[in-house]
Design a protein around this ligand. Structure first.
Ligand code: TEU
Ligand code: CA
Length: 557
């Protein structure tokens, strides 16, 4: 495999709105990110991805861009962005922006012109169709709930929006649209950006057989994924996109591309793939508080293990998946995988290790290494995201009471990850001097980065040590290019694997069970690399793993 500059990427995702406010308006900003570059360097990361900072009316917190070439004043200026790239570079950190090109904001100039003249040049930039019998062109449900179509004024025309109605989908079939997008991407890459995380890219291609399908919900709509996710023909767009932009810049690209078929993975992330890496979500669908898993947390871990290993087997060394647990669209991973009563340093460090040493690259999310958790809301009014409100309406429509609907959101809302970053125990967790746009989790007095740094044994230090090990001269090639072999696959609650490269072998064992486990141990330990306890218990061909213990050792080959 040809070596690339980004193969050792240890990434960190920033949700700019909630990272660090510097001017007291209660909203995080780019100068706030610059302020914390030293912290990020200290943690050991070498890549940051910023959720969208372009000009936006913020209907979807920036995933609705109204001007691709500008920075939203809420976040700062173009000069701030340039300064961030420069300052990050000095610390060996590459900056990725979020590339949102499946749709624009409804306030984008192109869409405004399309509304004025749906049959004109800009009408063809979007997906506009005639209604059918006074209704939408078909009954696709938007990914965020409700119809995927919105009527244009009092005409009989509708535009497609796979996400909110403030995010009209671009018409990628139109060459002019593609060229505008490529030129814009190249302008950013010319500025020295490391690359992009690419939003909702699997939805670019739509299957235009707009048949009504049998409804699958009380709302009368249908989940249309087969018609607008990874649809055949998308490869033409993705290849062209790469050739016109990323390839000539040697840019790093991390695509949000869920559920790519095993046989297509090589086309996506192989040596000549469309992208450098992808986010796959096979492991984010678990939640220990779902009725399905509530009384079976260990079986959930077994299931998770199988899903993770199966995905790796599909890739089988032919490309680089992105290994992550948290992002801005999920509740915090500790809440999803660890029963409440067990959440703490040991369980969180064990969870953080399950895929950290997998082949591929690694991405952490802000607050993950500080042990941040979900902040349960007492009322629907405390949420801030249109998707949450759509879900709430949907649950009520399905017959849930308001309490039940709220409880469900408290389990699954993606907004949990978006509470302000907890830096320290000062007011508003050190996030802002003003009023935060979204309430800080009151647990900040004890759960915050400063406190984590101050403890000898802490999640922060665990992540720092894991990163240092992954990056070390001695082991980095093994973790990047080594083979992966699952071990203890039939042991309840254990996720364990070997990595092997050029005659060296590292074994990672994570016990995700609260109870002690006694397991046969046939290896000869050469060196203990990391453990989340003070000692490791290996005696007479047996290993004794305490609840939520992690052991990382080099073994004799
Ligand atoms: O999320 C995209 C998204 O929700 C879908 O791609 C979905 O995950 C997928 O189809 C399931 O297979 C991204 C952003 O991360 C999110 O914050 C935005 O709201 C959304 O795009 C719209 O831009
Ligand atoms: Ca601010």
């Amino acid at each position: 495999m040809q070596k690339k500059w980004w193969h050792n990427a240890i990434g960190y995702q920033i949700y700019p709105k909630s990272f660090q406010d510097t001017n007291g308006d209660g909203i995080g900003d780019i100068p706030g990110i610059i302020e914390h570059l030293d912290d990020l360097e200290e943690l050991g990361i070498n890549m940051i991805w910023l959720c969208p900072v372009n000009r936006s009316p913020m209907a979807d917190h920036g995933y609705d861009i109204s001007d691709y070439d500008e920075i939203d004043p809420m976040f700062g200026t173009l000069d701030d962005m340039k300064r961030l790239i420069k300052e990050a570079d000095k610390r060996g950190i590459r900056v990725l922006m979020d590339l949102v090109v499946n749709h624009t904001s409804s306030e984008h100039e192109w869409f405004q012109k399309a509304l004025e003249d749906p049959d004109g040049r800009y009408g063809k930039y979007y997906i506009i169709r005639e209604g059918k019998d006074g209704k939408e062109p078909n009954n696709w449900r938007s990914i965020f709930g409700g119809s995927a179509w919105e009527r244009i004024g009092d005409t009989d025309k509708y535009y497609l929006h796979l996400f909110t109605k403030w995010q009209p989908d671009l018409n990628w079939e139109n060459r002019e649209v593609r060229e505008e997008i490529y030129a814009m991407i190249n302008r950013w890459l010319d500025m020295g950006l490391g690359g992009f995380r690419i939003d909702a890219i699997s939805h670019l291609k739509k299957d235009f057989t707009y048949e009504n399908l049998p409804a699958d919900g009380v709302d009368g709509y249908v989940n249309g994924f087969p018609y607008f996710r990874n649809v055949k023909g998308i490869e033409t767009f993705l290849n062209e996109l790469k050739k016109e932009t990323f390839l000539p810049h040697d840019a790093f690209t991390l695509a949000e591309a869920d559920d790519v078929a095993p046989e297509d993975l090589e086309d996506f992330i192989g040596e000549d793939g469309y992208f450098s890496s992808i986010f796959d979500f096979c492991h984010t669908r678990y939640h220990v508080n779902d009725p399905k898993w509530k009384d079976r947390p260990v079986e959930m871990i077994n299931d998770l293990r199988d899903a993770l290993f199966q995905k790796q087997e599909y890739v089988n060394g032919r490309g680089f998946l992105c290994n992550f647990l948290d992002n801005h669209d999920t509740s915090r991973s500790a809440e999803r995988f660890i029963p409440r009563e067990d959440i703490g340093y040991h369980s969180m460090s064990a969870l953080g290790s399950v895929n950290f040493f997998f082949p591929g690259i690694v991405f952490l999310y802000q607050g993950q290494a500080a042990g941040m958790l979900d902040y349960r809301k007492k009322s629907i009014d405390e949420f801030r995201d249109p998707t949450t409100f759509n879900m709430y309406r949907g649950y009520l429509q399905e017959g849930m009471t308001e309490e039940q609907a709220l409880e469900k959101l408290n389990v699954e809302s993606r907004e949990h990850a978006r509470t302000p970053m907890q830096w320290n125990a000062q007011e508003n967790a050190g996030f802002t001097d003003g009023t935060p746009w979204f309430a800080v989790n009151p647990n900040y007095k004890t759960v915050n980065l400063e406190a984590e740094k101050g403890k000898e044994e802490s999640l922060y230090h665990w992540y720092r040590k894991m990163i240092a090990l992954r990056k070390s001269d001695e082991y980095s090639e093994l973790f990047i290019y080594g083979s992966l072999t699952p071990v203890y696959e039939k042991t309840d609650g254990v996720i364990a694997y070997e990595r092997e490269y050029q005659g060296r072998c590292v074994l990672i064992i994570c016990n995700l069970k609260a109870a002690l486990q006694e397991l046969p141990f046939g290896w000869k330990v050469k060196k203990i690399l990391l453990s989340n306890h003070k000692d490791v218990n290996i005696k007479k061909e047996k290993i004794y793993l305490r609840g939520y213990e992690v052991v990382i050792v080099e073994t004799e080959k």
